[in-house]
Write a protein that binds this ligand. Structure first.
Ligand code: B12
Length: 224
């Protein structure tokens, strides 16, 4: 049964049909499919397909825009369900997150932020196209434990390195930890630019953030 539902989710994104995406998300909730499963096995599959179609020249920018709109509509339905299932209420740490300068992709960053906040982190989202200066300011202002940097383009990935340098230059690193992610980002890249961690998806980002908080606690000799 779930197969048909996942298929409907995938198709709604591929068709860029926001109404169908909303309906598919509601059907998933009604069928008791966990929101993250719906995202990973349904909507994300469609998103990857659209990305591949664009890369192959079969689909165009408006197709990606419609797919994004459909996915966002679905996430709007799934977010309250995710929030309702949040168990940990204590603040596990403060995260400042954003998409680096020159890059306006936000869906993955939003998903990571959403999951961190339902896992007990205090999340401050600086949005998209965020300059290194703004990351430094945000980290100071919100007394960040972790700064999360999203980049979806090979041309903007290098911006992650620039932000790390800016945080270091501002004397914030350490203690602030930096985690990086986004479709073109890899563990090797994270190592190369001196990030504290990388995750390929939102669930992994939560685990990573918890690990980074543990490392911070150990360094300061306290326990949470
Ligand atoms: C939707 C989309 C768009 C939408 C974005 C809408 C929006 N509001 O976000 C629009 C239409 C605006 C767009 C524009 C462009 N796009 Co675009 N886009 C995509 C697409 C199809 C999906 C991205 C997405 O939302 N995925 C769903 C989310 C949930 O996944 P995700 O972002 O990867 O995030 C997950 C992980 O990466 C990770 N993660 C993400 N961030 C972070 C952060 C941290 C800290 C951590 C730990 C983890 C983490 O966790 C997330 C959840 O699992 C991708 C294809 C793809 N395969 O990625 C192309 C893609 C990224 N786009 C691409 C391109 C080329 C462009 C444009 C340059 C096109 C153009 N000619 O104008 C512009 C650039 C605009 C700009 N300056 O940023 C290329 C990039 C190629 C490259 N190697 O650089 C891709 C790969 C398509 C392709 N195959 O060619 N795009």
């Amino acid at each position: 049964m779930a197969d048909t539902e996942f298929q409907a989710m995938r198709q709604a994104v591929v068709d860029g049909d926001a109404d169908a995406a909303e309906m598919a998300a509601k059907a998933a909730v009604a069928a008791g499919i966990p929101p993250l499963t719906a995202i990973d096995e349904g909507f994300m599959v469609g998103m990857k397909e659209v990305g591949a179609g664009f890369a192959a020249g079969d689909l165009f920018l408006p197709d990606m825009m419609l797919a994004a709109r459909a996915m966002q509509r679905a996430l709007g339905v799934l977010e309250p369900v995710l929030k309702a299932s949040a168990i940990e209420r204590t603040v596990s740490g403060r995260v400042v997150i954003g998409t680096v300068a020159g890059d306006i992709h936000e869906i993955g960053k939003n998903l990571v932020g959403m999951l961190l906040s339902t896992s007990g982190f205090e999340v401050h989202d600086l949005g998209v196209n965020v300059t290194p200066e703004r990351f430094v300011e945000g980290a100071r202002e919100h007394r960040a434990d972790i700064v999360g940097l999203s980049a979806l383009l090979t041309t903007t990935m290098t911006g992650q390195r620039t932000v790390i340098a800016a945080l270091t230059e501002a004397g914030l690193r350490p203690p602030v930890k930096v985690m990086v992610g986004g479709a073109p980002v890899t563990g090797a890249w994270a190592n190369e630019i001196g990030a504290d961690g990388y995750s390929e998806d939102a669930m992994g980002a939560v685990e990573l953030a918890k690990r980074l908080m543990g490392a911070a606690d150990a360094a300061e000799g306290r326990s949470r």
